[in-house]
Write a protein that binds this ligand. Structure first.
Ligand SMILES: Cc1cc2nc3c(=O)[nH]c(=O)nc-3n(C[C@H](O)[C@H](O)[C@H](O)COP(=O)(O)OP(=O)(O)OC[C@H]3O[C@@H](n4cnc5c(N)ncnc54)[C@H](O)[C@@H]3O)c2cc1C
Length: 335
């Protein structure tokens, strides 16, 4: 396995930022892990970062340790029981290609998650979600390797502690577990989720199937979100904030149009709406800006640095804090 020094990550993150990895390698098979661990014992103080498609990262600085690009690309149909089909996908598979492959094989369940960039292995990290479906709805277990001991462990769905854009791997023990594969449990009698503006209209009155829904989702995503191949971005840059019922009541009295969704004893509101209200939609400072059609998406118009994008994001956070008293949290990993 080749370990490169001072390797540019520009083509490996969707913001297109020219950060350098002090050391870099690509992992194609699990056999390579032993070699890497031996190498790491000789460099014990270096941090490790697992990299998928780089679509949920903002590199503010060069990375001072070893970046391991995960390319484990196995794909297996494991079997079925009365209610589900079981599939295992290696972490390095491209997520959208995997979703389309499942649909071509006649499986259903992942269609609403079509066209999300990145890899299968990163999907559990923030429990990816879109159009009413989250990864956790269809995961059976996550197979991960302990980077400290090289032992493999199967995490049940409960052990993954999935939550809104969150998981055990993201919040409890970041960078300890290399996700090597995800086992999916797909329903043999799927229930379609199409109750979204822009999705339900083109499907009205049709005899539905999963590929049709996937096509509708692809169309709406392409009309709303910038393509990272054309304009650097990481999708939604901020999480939708959760606020207390008391704060919600106060804000609603002041801003009656403010959207909100009840979540147990809190209210989730729209980060995009808050940012829009502060006048940030389509704004730019140099090459750092927000997307003209979607205030929640931070974009690199060409040559912004990670530090400039992060500075721009901080200005957005400050103005939302100022106007609404709500602290926005970034969704991508800021490094
Ligand atoms: C245009 C656009 C639209 C998007 N839309 C959505 C959306 O609708 N919903 C949504 O949830 N997200 C969305 N995202 C965010 C992003 O696509 C997802 O978070 C995706 O899962 C990231 O995958 P990745 O392989 O690029 O991860 P990376 O950016 O490479 O990594 C993200 C995190 O996962 C870790 N990681 C990566 N691979 C592994 C592994 N094998 N083992 C352990 N840790 C690992 C990294 O260390 C890092 O902490 C969007 C992004 C873009 C650019």
């Amino acid at each position: 396995m080749k370990i490169r020094e001072n390797h540019s990550l520009k083509a490996l993150n969707t913001f297109g930022l020219d950060a350098k990895a002090r050391y870099f390698c690509t992992l194609h098979t699990l056999g390579g892990v032993r070699t890497l661990m031996t190498w790491q014992q000789e460099h014990p103080d270096l941090p490790v970062l697992f990299l998928g498609g780089g679509s949920n990262m903002l590199f503010v600085n060069d990375y001072p340790g070893l970046v391991v690009q995960v390319r484990l690309e196995t794909l297996e149909v494991l079997g079925q029981d009365a209610n589900y089909d079981y599939l295992r996908a290696g972490a390095g598979n491209n997520w959208h290609d995997f979703v389309r492959w499942t649909l071509e094989q006649g499986f259903a369940g992942l269609e609403n998650l079509s066209l999300i960039p990145g890899t299968v292995g990163a999907a559990p990290m923030q429990n990816i979600g879109a159009y009413g479906v989250e990864l956790k709805d269809h995961v059976y277990e996550v197979q991960a390797l302990d980077w400290r001991t090289a032992e493999l462990r199967d995490f049940s769905v409960d052990e993954c502690c999935f939550a809104y854009r969150d998981s055990y791997f993201k919040s409890v023990e970041p960078d300890r577990w290399l996700i090597v594969a995800v086992v999916f449990r797909l329903p043999r009698q799927p229930q379609w989720k199409i109750d979204y503006a822009g999705v339900k209209e083109p499907l009205a009155g049709k005899d539905l199937n999963a590929r049709m829904i996937s096509d509708a989702i692809i169309n709406i995503r392409q009309s709303k979100l910038p393509n990272p191949a054309e304009i650097g971005n990481a999708g939604s840059f901020f999480k939708n904030p959760l606020i207390s019922l008391a704060q919600w009541a106060t804000l609603q009295a002041q801003f009656p149009d403010m959207p909100g969704w009840m979540q147990a004893d809190q209210v989730k509101t729209s980060a995009g709406w808050l940012i829009d209200q502060c006048g940030w939609k389509g704004k730019r400072d140099g090459d750092a800006g927000t997307y003209a059609n979607h205030a929640l998406v931070l974009v690199n118009h060409g040559n912004a640095t990670g530090a400039e994008l992060w500075q721009f994001a901080q200005s957005i956070i400050a103005s939302v804090q100022d106007k609404f008293g709500i602290t926005l949290e970034p969704e991508p990993r800021v490094l």
